[in-house]
Design a protein around this ligand. Structure first.
Ligand code: ADP
Length: 617
């Protein structure tokens, strides 16, 4: 007998295990679906993708694997980064990194991605040390897998090279470039190769190693011709001309900058053209062709002024004044210096007013933002909680339904074996054994009642309950009819209004509601003649019902508690029950968009009241 019981227990635990696993799997599937949907939404707009990922977060729980947790954070961080919201992007990236740090489950590629993204965000915020540290971790994540993920590894080295270059750490930049270039060349990835060569050239140019700089700019030139990218091409000519100029090979410099300008003219890149004009002007001056020099510098000045680029205009005026002084054109030099001075003071006063008004606007904006932020945050919190709650309720219902349904079968087995065992035990005439048998059978019976009740509760939420016009006279009649036996046995009087309204609802659920309330009114009642009064008040938009009994009543402290699942105020020896009936009533009323509550005078009876909206006739 023991062995059989053990086998049964084992079976029940297997069933719950399977259920648990299937629940976890369905969470994971939902997360994957939402992530896939968010990738699609991303192609349309960032804002459409965000709620999808946020919804997926609702399915993250302790059983969700770390890979998915990390991926969700990575995805949201990436979206916010693309949106330009670096603060939020960093928050999510950091969460992702935390998941990585505490887990061995994360795949190397994802580990790499989250560290690289965090590095890029730091890079954007000019936090060089943190950025570099994260880039190094991103590379570490793919250790041993470099051959498989060349492009990813190369990308990180490139990021490291650029950040070091901007930070004037040229040695580090060169080291990273060496790695990046090696991979890019192996992959024969032209854009990557161009970026590497170009950065190499820039680093050597800064270091004044002109030969090396030229070698790399030439290499970029070769690649760029294959790439067919005009902007990169113009940029490379301009870089090469810069080297020629530094070497005082002004003819060559002029030729190259002219090439750059003709491409920029095709591209209509006016701001770059203004810079090219200035460079041509300066080179002409160097070549001793003063008039031409002035002509181009003037052109540059005009274009910059037209484009509203005061800074460029100022640099050009400075070049003009310098060049004229060198050429001993004192009057012109004076003229340009005066213009330069005027522009400077104009820029200064403009800047002053701009800063002042910006401060004002900023101040107002900040206040507004603070207010809306608080509002938004609380709105979002409420929404997130509401969504979470709804979702988790649904999951719970589903779980309860499946679990109770699957438990029915093993329980049936327990009960039938128990009845077989009982027959044998009866023959033995052992009093102790008889008592044990009684408890075992009683337990199994109670479990069966519980399962049925749970199933009923879970069924309330089921979508199969259609709403329609329901005559409450029929509802109460049916409820009474179902309880006719106990009504007769306990000598119960049920008083009703002469007529009850028609409401929008589900007949089966409403019968269950009245049945539970009437049955409780009779059960928790020690009167010889229990009395149930059903009343109805019509309000503007609702019908309010009351089910009043003359029973034992409820203490005020428990008015809310009685509606909670599995809450009982009495033990089984006093009154039989499961503590699920009123929880079911509450859900039924809520499904009808109503509300239920109780008032009572302890010892004198209870009054259960609920309202529901009127039918839309
Ligand atoms: P059950 O009746 O199965 O225990 P319910 O959810 O229907 O579960 O009720 C929860 C508890 O609320 C009951 O255990 C009882 O203590 C109390 N209760 C419910 N209805 C009444 C009533 N009409 N009068 C007094 N107490 C009640």
């Amino acid at each position: 007998m023991l062995i059989k019981t053990y086998v049964l227990i084992e079976k029940i635990s297997q069933v719950s295990n399977t259920l648990y696993v299937s629940l976890t799997n369905s969470y994971s599937k939902r997360i994957d679906d939402l992530l896939e949907a968010s990738e699609k939404a991303l192609q349309v707009s960032y804002d459409e993708a965000i709620p999808l990922v946020q919804e997926a977060f609702n399915f993250v729980d302790e059983s969700t694997d770390d890979e998915r947790k990390c991926k969700l954070n990575y995805t949201l961080s990436r979206i916010y980064f693309l949106k330009g919201n670096y603060t939020r992007a960093l928050d999510y990236a950091k969460n992702g990194v935390d998941v990585c740090k505490n887990s061995f489950e994360i795949s190397p590629l994802l580990r790499h991605k989250i560290f690289n993204l965090t590095g890029v965000i730091y890079q954007e915020q000019v936090e060089v040390v943190s950025a570099t540290a994260h880039f190094m971790k991103a590379i570490e994540a793919l250790k041993g897998l470099e051959a498989e993920y060349k492009q990813e590894v190369a990308g990180v080295y490139m990021n490291m090279a650029i950040i070091s270059y901007h930070n004037r750490n040229f040695t580090e930049s060169l080291e990273a470039l060496e790695e990046a270039t090696r991979y890019m060349e192996e992959l024969d990835f032209h854009v990557g190769m161009f970026r590497c060569y170009n950065t190499y050239g820039n680093v050597y140019n800064e270091l004044n190693e002109l030969d090396n700089a030229e070698i790399f700019y030439q290499k970029s030139l070769k690649i760029v011709q294959k790439l067919n990218n005009s902007q990169y091409l113009a940029n490379t000519y301009s870089n090469l001309s810069n080297i020629a100029e530094k070497r005082t090979d002004f003819e060559k410099a002029l030729r190259l900058v002219r090439k750059s300008i003709s491409i920029n003219q095709l591209l209509n890149s006016e701001a770059v053209i203004a810079v090219d004009y200035r460079r041509i002007g300066v080179i002409y001056f160097e070549l001793g062709r003063v008039e031409k020099g002035i002509e181009y510098l003037e052109k540059s000045y005009e274009l910059s002024t037209e484009l509203g680029s005061n800074k460029e205009a100022l640099v050009t005026l400075n070049s003009l004044a310098d060049a004229c002084s060198k050429a001993k054109l004192w009057e012109q030099a004076y003229h340009y210096r005066t213009l330069q001075g005027k522009l400077k003071s104009k820029m200064f006063s403009e800047e002053k007013t701009r800063v002042l008004s910006e401060m004002q606007v900023h101040h107002q904006l900040e206040r507004k933002q603070r207010e809306t932020k608080i509002l938004k945050a609380s709105e979002e919190k409420i929404r997130v909680y509401a969504d979470k709650l709804a979702e988790s309720n649904q999951e719970l219902e589903r779980f309860a339904r499946v679990a109770s349904h699957d438990m029915k079968e093993p329980l049936r087995m327990i009960k039938s074996y128990l009845s077989l065992i009982k027959r044998k035990v009866d023959k033995l005439g052992d009093e102790d054994l008889n008592e044990y048998m009684f408890f075992a059978i009683d337990g199994a019976d109670r479990m069966q009642v519980l399962i049925t009740e749970i199933l009923k509760l879970a069924a309330v939420q089921s979508k199969s309950h259609k709403m329609s016009k329901v005559d409450m006279n029929d509802v109460v009649f049916m409820a009474k009819n179902n309880l006719r036996q106990v009504i007769a046995e306990r000598n119960v009087t049920v008083n009703l209004p002469s007529s009850l309204p028609i409401v929008e609802g589900n007949m089966a659920l409403l019968i269950q509601l009245f049945q539970n309330l009437i049955a409780n009114g009779v059960k928790y009642n020690r009167s010889e003649t229990p009395q149930i009064d059903i009343k109805m008040k019509e309000q503007e938009n609702t019908y309010q019902f009351e089910v009043i009994d003359n029973g034992i009543g409820i203490e005020e402290a428990y008015f809310d508690k009685v509606f909670e699942m599995l809450t009982r105020l009495h033990n089984r020896t006093e009154f039989e029950g499961t503590g699920i009936g009123l929880a079911t009533c509450k859900r039924i009323v809520e499904r009808h968009e109503g509300k239920i509550w109780v008032t009572s005078e302890h010892g004198k009876g209870s009054n259960f009241q609920f309202y529901m909206p009127k039918a839309k006739m």
